[in-house]
Design a binder for this molecule. Structure first.
Ligand code: NAD
Length: 253
C-alpha cells in the first residue's frame, strides 16, 4: 500500500475529484481528513468507512483563516501528523472578462487561490518541523490553454501553477515536495453544473468538449485521483514543482 501510515488532508473532498481521491487514498492505507465547506463531506466519510477505511470529516471554509487554523490544530491533536495536503477545493467561474462581475471575480479568486494559500500556510510549519511532506495543488489544463468565457477561472488556475513553483523553491530544503495537478475536463458535479448553467444545449456542449479530447471522452474522477495518488506517494519523489497533466490530450494534442 502506497500511503501506509500516512495522514492526508484533502480540501473539497465532499464531491468529485476530492471525494474519489479520499476513497483511493484510504484504500492505499492513509488516514484521510475529508474537508469541505458543505455537509456532504460526511457522505464521503461514510463511503470510506463502508469500504473499511479510516477518515474524519472536518467542515471548514478554506477561505477563512480561523476555520482553517482550527482544522489543522484539530487534525494534529487527533493524528499528530499531516504527511499529504491536497489543495483541491475550487469553484468555477463562467464568462469573458467584461461579463465578469467584481463579486464573481473576488469569489473565484478567493476560493481558488486563497483556498490554496491558507491550508498551506497552516500545514507547512508542521511539515517543516518534520522535514517531510507532499503538497498537491489543484490547477487545471486551462492554465496552459485558452478556453472561451473562462476568464477569472483560468487566471486563478494559472496563479496556482505559478504559486506551486514558488512554494517548491522555498520548501525543497525541508524535504517538502509541491506539485500541481492539471486535469482536463473530468465529469464531476462541477462540470455538470457548468454545462447546465452556461449553455442552452448542455448535451451539444458536452459533445463538443468530447470531440476536443484526443481520448474521445471526458475523464472520470478516478483518473485524476490516481494522478493525485502518484504525487502523494514516494513513487513521485523525483517530481518537484512539476505540473502533471491528466487531460485526455487536450493540452498538447
Ligand atoms: P466539485 O464541485 O465536484 O467538488 C468541489 C468541492 O469543493 C465541493 O464539494 C465544494 O463544496 C468544495 N468547496 C467549494 N468551496 C469550498 C470552500 N470555500 N472550502 C472548502 N470546500 C469548498 O468539483 P471537482 O470537479 O471535483 O473539482 C475539484 C477541483 O478540481 C477544483 O479545484 C476544480 O477547479 C479542479 N478542476 C476540475 C476539473 C473538472 O473538469 N472537473 C478540471 C480541472 C480542474
Amino acid at each position: 500500500m502506497r500511503l501506509q501510515n500516512k495522514v492526508a488532508l484533502i480540501t473539497g473532498a465532499g464531491s468529485g475529484i476530492g471525494k474519489s481521491t479520499a476513497l483511493l487514498f484510504t484504500r492505499e492505507g492513509a488516514k484521510v481528513i475529508v474537508n469541505d465547506v458543505a455537509e456532504h463531506g460526511a457522505e464521503t466519510v461514510a463511503a470510506i468507512r463502508r469500504q473499511g477505511g479510516e477518515a474524519i470529516f472536518v467542515r471548514a471554509d478554506v477561505t477563512r483563516a480561523s476555520e482553517v487554523e482550527d482544522m489543522v490544530q484539530q487534525v494534529l491533536a487527533q493524528y499528530g501528523q499531516i504527511d499529504v495536503l491536497f489543495n483541491n477545493a475550487g469553484i468555477s467561474g463562467v464568462g469573458a472578462l467584461h461579463e465578469t462581475s467584481e463579486e464573481q471575480w473576488d469569489r473565484v479568486v478567493n476560493v481558488n487561490i486563497k483556498g490554496v494559500f491558507l491550508p498551506s500556510k497552516y500545514v507547512i510549519p508542521h511539515m517543516m518541523e518534520r522535514k517531510q511532506g507532499a503538497i498537491i495543488n489543484m490547477s487545471s489544463c486551462i492554465a496552459e490553454i485558452g478556453l472561451m468565457r473562462r476568464a477569472v477561472y483560468s487566471a486563478t488556475k494559472g496563479a496556482v501553477l505559478a504559486l506551486t513553483k514558488s512554494m517548491q523553491v522555498d520548501y525543497a530544503p525541508y524535504n517538502i515536495r509541491v506539485n500541481a495537478l492539471l486535469p482536463g475536463t473530468i465529469l464531476t458535479p462541477f462540470v455538470e453544473n457548468y454545462l447546465r448553467t452556461s449553455y442552452d444545449n448542455p448535451e451539444e456542449a458536452l459533445h463538443t468538449i468530447r470531440q476536443r479530447q484526443l481520448s474521445g471522452d471526458l475523464g472520470r474522477p478516478e483518473d485524476a485521483a490516481k494522478a493525485a495518488l502518484f504525487l502523494a506517494s514516494d513513487e513521485s519523489k523525483f517530481m518537484m514543482g512539476s505540473p502533471l497533466y491528466v487531460d485526455g490530450g487536450v493540452t498538447f494534442g
